[in-house]
Design a protein around this ligand. Sequence first.
Ligand code: UDP
Ligand code: MG
Length: 320
Amino acid sequence: MNLSLIIPVFNEQDNLPLLFEAIYKVMTSLNQSWEVILVDDGSQDDSLSVLKEYAQKDSRHIRVISFRRNFGQTAAIAAGLDYAQGEIIVLLDADMQNDPADIPMMLSKLDEGYDLVSGWRKSRKDNALTRNFPSMIANWIISQVTGVHLHDYGCTLKAYRRDVLEGFRLYGEMHRFIPVYANSVGAKITEMPVNHYPRKFGKTKYGLERTAKVILDLFTVKFLVSYASKPIYLFGGAGGFLMVVSAIIIFYLFVRRLFFMVAIASSPLLQMSAMFFILGFQSILLGLIAELLVRTYHESQRKPTYTIRSIINLEQDPRD
Ligand code: UDP
Ligand code: MG
């Protein structure tokens, strides 16, 4: 199998026929083996029966996963990834805001040697105030924090080489952070402008609150990517910093006492110093506990702490 399209579907009954039409048009022009995995995320309308209809007509290409209830777009994508067989994986939305006609262009970009091609909705057709503007700020913050500079993390339409998707699970709203994980395993990433259309049928499932969730997820992702295998650097760093501040305050108090005759306990500085010392020490101890957790995590699941692109003259996995 060459190509897997993964499409989360939640209450999109009227969009699906258009979606299938567009997909068939592109895929027949491509001359590759392909599959589409549609994940029905607990739709309450007729989406599932529409999906079943198409799956019955074309069992070679159309695969459907149906959730018992609504688990969210990220869970739907995660399920699709678990079942996908393609070497190349393309994610897109079911609402026809993304344009399947962009896929060939993205595939040829992958052929140039990239592992991930990220769609960029350069002229995005969503609500400017509640979606586009907050998302612009969020994209900027994410780029600064993670060092992976993309204009549009939120665009679902992205193409991935399968091997950069292995080794992590998706939680919360985290499908948008796949490029950050992919970057951490060494993927070559690029972005390209893609079409974007206003929604014709149905309505968006998200509003302003989504940006807040995204920013919270960013903390987790940054921590996992930068410190998951060495948490003592973060905890120890913070703890060390607090203890240094504590020492500076104490030093200042002694100097003041010796040369200016001001009593050490005459201001709240002494308590502050003691507090910083205790907090700093605690933080370092927490870091040590986190180090234990990391070892349990990697060793119980035999997860390596590295990712390999290829090996030469060696057996597959020495531990198998
Ligand atoms: N979606 C989903 N589960 C949800 C919410 C959304 O599977 O809980 C799907 C939805 O059907 C669509 C895609 O995720 O295919 C993007 O959703 P939407 O168009 O509402 O988001 P927007 O384009 O407004 O960001
Ligand atoms: Mg949409």
